[in-house]
Design a binder for this molecule. Sequence first.
Ligand SMILES: [Zn+2]
Ligand SMILES: [Zn+2]
Length: 439
Amino acid sequence: MDIFPGRLYQAREIETTEGLTEIAAISKNKCFRCGNTNVKLFGKMSCASCEKDACIYCRNCIVMGRVNSCQKLYFQKTKRLPKIKEPLLRWSGILSQGQQKASDAVVSSLIEKKDMLLWAVAGSGKTEMMFEGMDWALRQGFRICIASPRVDVCLELHPRLQEVFPKNEIVCLYGDSDDKYQGEQFVIATTHQLIRFYETFQVIFIDEVDAFPYAKDPFLEYAVGKARTKEGSTIIITATPEKQWQEECAEGKRNFVKIPGRYHRKKLPVPRTCWIGPWKKNLAKGKITPKLIKWIKNVEMRDQPALIFFPEIDAMNKFADALENNGFSRPVTVHSADELRKEKVEWLREGKIKLLLTTTILERGVTFTDVQVAVFGSEGRIFTEAALVQISGRAGRKLSHPTGDVCFFHYGKTAEMKRAITHIQRMNQQGVVEGMLDD
Ligand SMILES: [Zn+2]
Ligand SMILES: [Zn+2]
């Protein structure tokens, strides 16, 4: 088996360790591979290779193959690849004003080897904002990685990026991917896969980082830091940075660029709120508030596709039952463990169904033309500011239908609901001020 520079290997994965640099897998109670230092996440076992009764191993990264304290990890240093003069990007599209601003900021951060937060509203066309930076980095001979906590995002990015960078072999790595790393210059990976790399990439883009609280996850931060070369740039892309980061941006402690406008220059739909009383009690009696029945009839009348988000599966199912009892046809429901998840999303996209009831799994990453959005029981704890901003961001994404109704049906307004609405209003105001929106 070949050894590819930048990838960490365990002895059993390779034929020979000759000529490779070695690092202790676990030392001073820290797992080198994943950064775990939590005593509770280390186990003890009787070990065949060191013959100790209590050889320590890391449980935190065990899904990637067990590492023991008697083991070493092996790697070969990466060398910079040759520079390329001709552009690699093959894309004939035109960046919007907001996208161009972001794209320029990305390129200058890469040139200056700085980290950056790219804070861009849902539907602003984030992928295109990375194109010029990627092209620049690849031509420098840099190794680049685009990582996301979500496999769905990686799978969607792969064909899109391969299309615009036809000359580059792009590999897509995730838990059970058929692709294996073979020294490719351009890597797409789940953030989890980053723990297999060591000082490999000069540039790492992290997409949809808020799907997984980055700052609250020390392992992820360690993995990104370890996979990147000491000098380089980490570009974090999100529509909804956590509160602490928003504050750091406001205080000038974080290099960031904010793109408040969508590519089609129309404002983000601002959510309405609608009080529906003790809905749990009512659902238990098989009742749905007339306000929501009216909302559903309205979208049916206008023949628009609609998404209704629920705080939990149980409420969603009871709602579906109640809707049926109220003379509607049985609505289609979807949740994370649903095997037909992808198909159901397609049904709505193709117009085979008009209404889809969902848990928060569809809060991001999906685009439906002219979709109308309701959040049922929006006071639920699962509906954080970030989740509600993302959900609202499903509406009005298309140039052909740049607006849409978003309504929070609630039994008591929460601070998160209020923050989500303010967040969207502020983005719209700033978009107008910066000339990114047609007022
Ligand atoms: Zn570990
Ligand atoms: Zn051992």
